[in-house]
Design a protein around this ligand. Structure first.
Ligand SMILES: Nc1ncnc2c1ncn2[C@@H]1O[C@H](COP(=O)(O)OP(=O)(O)O)[C@@H](O)[C@H]1O
Ligand SMILES: [Mg+2]
Length: 286
């Protein structure tokens, strides 16, 4: 028998979350605009979903990223052409420093391409301002990281619930909590709702990470070496879970991984080599 878990909202305003979790959702954390005031939040943009001329979820053409870091410009991404259909999963493999994370950052709208076209879910990312990029992320993108980046002071339920509260401010709070609890149950954490991340194993933390990314029903999941910190058995289970949850929700996925078995689960595989997206020998590129 388990105690019933209270999924009502604690009486608190949402914390201004810093670190990597922050920019995923907040245009400007310093505003402290955590009140559930929908006045200033644009309505969910369903129009863009039908605006995509190509019908693709990702459509980049000759996308480039050049970072200027004071000294020499650093050409991180070179003429990236990536097309991904809705519900499709592509794995990207490549050595450290080749530009894989940078590509995810560009697709997430956290880094702005310096040349070419980057269209995701019908949005021309190079044309959006920072506020609209934040809205774009909330409505379309889920991200999971190698090192989880859960908020350590929040329970599993609060980590997932917070993501949904922020992404869907119009959703009644109780409904958001129930959806967060259901999502955690789906990833096998029904009995861990009130655990803090520090009391969870690595595999369990990544399950929370996956639940947090998927509770908003994103159109695109970006996964940056999601099993890189896990032992092989746990990695295999998390990989299976990622594919089952994304397939159930019909979410497209860009999966960066060093694990060949995990990459093989994707519909396609591509390499990243010194900023170039490359075909992989033996892969049908059609
Ligand atoms: N914010 C940044 N500041 C300085 N260099 C960066 C930054 N982001 C990426 N780079 C550089 O860009 C290159 C690609 O990095 P990254 O995308 O993290 O590669 P990968 O994920 O494949 O390991 C590396 O040379 C890295 O040092
Ligand atoms: Mg990386």
């Amino acid at each position: 028998m388990h105690n019933r878990v209270d999924i009502s909202f604690p009486d608190r305003s949402l914390p201004c979350v810093t670190g990597l979790f922050g920019p995923l959702f907040f245009a400007d954390c310093s505003r402290g605009a955590r009140k559930r005031d929908t006045q200033h939040i644009p309505p969910r943009d369903t129009q863009a979903q039908s605006n995509s001329m190509s019908g693709l979820i990702i459509d980049t053409q000759d996308a480039n990223l050049v970072l200027s870091l004071g000294g020499e410009p650093l050409h991180v991404l070179k003429d990236i052409n990536l097309s991904l259909g809705p519900s499709e999963a592509v794995a990207i493999v490549g050595p450290s420093g080749s530009g894989k994370t940078s590509l995810l950052m560009v697709l997430a709208g956290l880094e702005r391409a310096t040349g070419g076209k980057v269209e995701v879910a019908g949005h021309d990312l190079r044309a959006l301002n920072e506020d609209n990029l934040a809205v774009y992320r909330r409505e379309n993108i889920g991200i999971i990281f190698q090192h989880f980046h859960l908020v350590p002071s929040l329970t599993a339920l609060d980590n997932v619930g917070l993501a949904l509260e922020i992404a869907r401010p119009e959703m009644p709070l109780r409904q958001a909590r129930e959806a967060a609890a259901a999502m955690l149950e789906e990833v096998g954490l029904k009995d861990r709702l009130t655990h803090l991340p520090g009391a969870l194993s690595g595999g369990e933390q990544q399950r929370v990470g996956l639940a947090r990314a998927m509770v908003t029903e994103p159109r695109l999941l970006l996964a940056d070496e999601p099993t890189g910190s896990l032992d092989q058995d746990t990695a295999t289970r998390i990989g299976e879970l990622m594919f089952s949850v994304t397939r159930k929700q019909k979410t497209a996925m860009v999966l960066i991984t060093h694990d060949p078995a995990l990459a093989l689960r994707a519909d396609r595989r591509l390499g990243m080599d010194r900023g170039h997206l490359t075909p992989i020998a033996g892969e049908d590129q059609s």
